[in-house]
Design a protein around this ligand. Structure first.
Ligand code: 4AZ
Length: 263
């Protein structure tokens, strides 16, 4: 489906609805979501989109939570130390200069993180300058299972690929996706090429039979939000927005205390 679209002439491929997003979403603003930040390195990823390569969430004035895999080179399995690693706050349009680029002075990766299985995919970045305390998003409580109930409406945000074909927007997007049952996701990802679902440390969200709405490349590390709380992080998945292949997110309720220990 995505491949077919990519080969069509632009006029035919134009979506029927405006502002197709994250995949299948709409435009969003950091004014409404001041905790939504871009994780960036201009030296590695260039200036066009402020160097953005992952998403992140402000959980305290000086701390951003993101995915551990954002700090690794997945082809070598090595930690990447980008000398100009920064967090972009208050910039909906990454082609612009609104807000602030704040240097990252320290990084913490969950000691249980496993690059091969994608388990415990969480990291905390320490900022050089404190941000407005009103800009933070509260995290789910340790052990709170309620937000992950099957069918619960969650919102995922990011500057990632709009169609799964390398079309990276400058502006933030968001989309609503329902939580997927553990048994369903375990069947979707039992031994596939992208990975195996681990219900303890992961949760899936997406429309199981319809697809069409999802996080995608470049959204990694970004927030999955339920009822005003950070409950998940964009982690992995097979393709983007495909039926039967929901997005897989870090289940933050299992590691919330470890993350809080970093604040
Ligand atoms: C990625 O590689 C990625 N459709 C992020 C999210 C999803 C798949 C891949 C979920 O960053």
């Amino acid at each position: 489906m995505m491949v077919l679209f990519a080969t069509l002439p632009a006029a035919l491929a134009a979506p029927a609805t405006p502002a197709a997003a994250i995949v299948g979403g709409v435009r969003a603003s950091t004014t409404d979501h001041p905790w939504m930040v871009a994780v960036a390195s201009r030296s590695v990823y260039g200036d066009a989109r402020s160097g953005q390569f992952c998403g992140g969430t402000l959980i305290s004035p000086t701390k951003v939570v993101t995915a551990a895999h954002c700090l690794y080179d997945e082809s070598t399995g090595q930690r990447v130390d980008r000398p100009d690693l920064s967090v972009v706050v208050g910039r909906t349009d990454l082609a612009g200069s609104a807000g602030q680029e704040v240097p990252v002075v320290d990084t913490w990766v969950d000691p249980n993180y496993d690059l091969n299985t994608n388990e415990w995919d969480v990291a905390v970045l320490t900022l050089a300058e404190p941000q407005d305390p009103r800009s933070v998003l509260p995290m789910v409580s340790q052990g709170d299972a309620a937000p992950y109930a099957t069918g619960t409406a969650a919102t995922v945000l990011g500057w990632g690929d709009l169609h799964g074909n390398g079309s990276y927007p400058a502006t933030l997007h968001e989309v609503q996706v329902p939580m997927v049952a553990n048994a369903t996701c375990a069947a979707d990802y039992h031994s596939g090429p992208s990975g195996t679902y681990d219900a303890r440390t992961m949760v899936c969200a997406g429309r199981q039979s319809l697809g069409g709405r999802d996080a995608c490349q470049g959204d990694s590390g970004g927030p999955l939000v339920v009822a005003g709380r950070l409950v998940g992080l964009v982690s992995w998945g097979e393709g983007c927005a495909e039926p039967g292949h929901p997005g897989v997110y870090t289940r933050l309720s299992v590691m919330a205390d470890a993350v809080r220990g970093q604040l």
